[in-house]
Design a protein around this ligand. Sequence first.
Ligand SMILES: Cc1cc2nc3c(=O)[nH]c(=O)nc-3n(C[C@H](O)[C@H](O)[C@H](O)COP(=O)(O)OP(=O)(O)OC[C@H]3O[C@@H](n4cnc5c(N)ncnc54)[C@H](O)[C@@H]3O)c2cc1C
Length: 558
Amino acid sequence: MAEQPELTIQGWGPPPAGSSTDAAGDRAPALEAVLPKAARRHLARELGWTPRSTPPVPVAEIRLAPSRLPDPARAALAGLLGEENVRTDRESRLLRAGGKSYLDLLRRRAGDATDAPDAVVLPGTTEETAALLALCSEHDVVVVPFGGGTSVVGGLAGVDPDDRPAVALDLRRMASVQELDVPSSMVTVGPGMRGPALEEALGREGLTFGHLPQSWEFATLGGYAATRSSGQASTGVGRFDDLVTGLTLATPSGVLEVGGAAPASAAGPDLLGLALGSEGTLGVITELTLRVRPKPATSSYEGWSFRTWAGGLAALQRLARHDLLPDVVRLSDVDETRANLLMSGSAGARVLRGTLRARRRGEGCLLVVGWEGLPDMVRARVRAASALLREGGGVRLGRAVGESWRRHRFGAPYTRDTLLDAGLLVETLETAASWAALPTVYDAVRRALRESLTGGGRRPLVMTHLSHGYPTGASLYFTVLADRDEELPIQQWLGAKRAATDALLTAGGTLTHHHAVGADHRPWLEREVGTLGVEVLRAVKTRLDPKGICNPGVLLPD
Ligand SMILES: Cc1cc2nc3c(=O)[nH]c(=O)nc-3n(C[C@H](O)[C@H](O)[C@H](O)COP(=O)(O)OP(=O)(O)OC[C@H]3O[C@@H](n4cnc5c(N)ncnc54)[C@H](O)[C@@H]3O)c2cc1C
């Protein structure tokens, strides 16, 4: 199996050529290469921002505390896994310091990795993982499972109320296909495997998995299960939790196997549901069985335009009611559509601008829809859905717009580092709500973000899209740009995030649709699941992890 590339320490993408802890530091492309002049002017005016140069400190200067792993624990771990799989060197620890949220990046860019794990351990099997957890319980060492390191909610923060030494448990040695059951359309895999490797293996058999989050180049299958992730085609393919039929969870109290090969079961409550979304707090997912499907024979991606956000929402709600939602659905509001047109100097934006002009449309709200499957089915679904979209006031922009979105859909995270270098705050947040509550949630979150981030000549740009449609509602995804407060950048975002989270919960949204709870959302978990709900989760944790060593800083509130 080919080595999976590391994710760079201070941003997105593989590290620059050479060592990932190169003294030169992580370098992003220049602002001029990422934003056309018109977009730079527009943003400067809208945000009250003056582009400036604020590069990250060189990687070689990032501060790291000495490892606190006690010698007896280190020796025991090395005895179990072999010396080469217990690492305390600078590079190994730096590469597993936290995830990729704006707050994570601010810390790493400022040269602070004092929260890095004390060591990195790499078990190769379920049995080794279970033995490792028992051993860490005995030695009072915290264990933080580490998949791709793409958490955006502080899922890898490793904060322990008792301040015990912590190890990152990297799952990369468990990253292969173990069994492919073609007649039953199921594959059993190791949790450290990433989407591209799985798709390559399945593709050889004419199969696909189809889970495509924007982070898919680096995130792992175990991470998807631990966070209940959702990919870009989730409306058709399903959320990640819909795709898992069974898994193995190694815990300090033993190995739990949940779900299985049977397509359904009535044997009591669903324990699989307890493991999905457990974010490393109950143990480590060491094996997963997933549903797969034949590669689609055809696909059709299209752009549509609606004059207003409300018009687009109403049309999609109608599709949902008639079970006609496409496999991929993404409706951008006016602010996101305009920003995409301006900020992307790519061929995609040129195609969209040209098509809107030819159709005599203003910017409006862009809708991208994608359909996949057997040609007759795709044709029939496209025909029926297009009629409803047209009746709802939509204008078809054609396939070039849809295909262009498809080609560039993994590109946005690569531009974030450049925007951070230029002095911007760049972050996203997400929720989901019923069709009835969506308009209120949309208004409430935008208002909260604007009020919190406006002041001292600064104004934020809040861009929103709807994606992941369901019969009863959909998710909303907000992208925020603002002039960064260089004095108090962390407090600036924490205030905005707090206001937006309070607003979305009050308006009827969920705390998170797919990013998970992590450290960042846990103060609000009780508002969503109630006091008794939190107590139930705590009781399960106490049974499986009596010493509380499994990722103690996430999910459950203090
Ligand atoms: C640019 C960008 C785009 C993103 N786009 C999307 C998107 O489109 N959809 C989406 O759903 N998410 C998205 N995310 C968020 C992130 O990719 C997901 O949460 C993903 O599921 C995390 O997977 P990972 O392997 O990187 O897990 P990690 O970040 O390594 O870990 C996440 C959490 O899961 C735990 N964990 C990891 N592996 C295991 C395991 N085997 N057993 C037990 N616990 C484990 C960790 O301890 C941690 O708490 C995005 C993130 C970024 C940075």
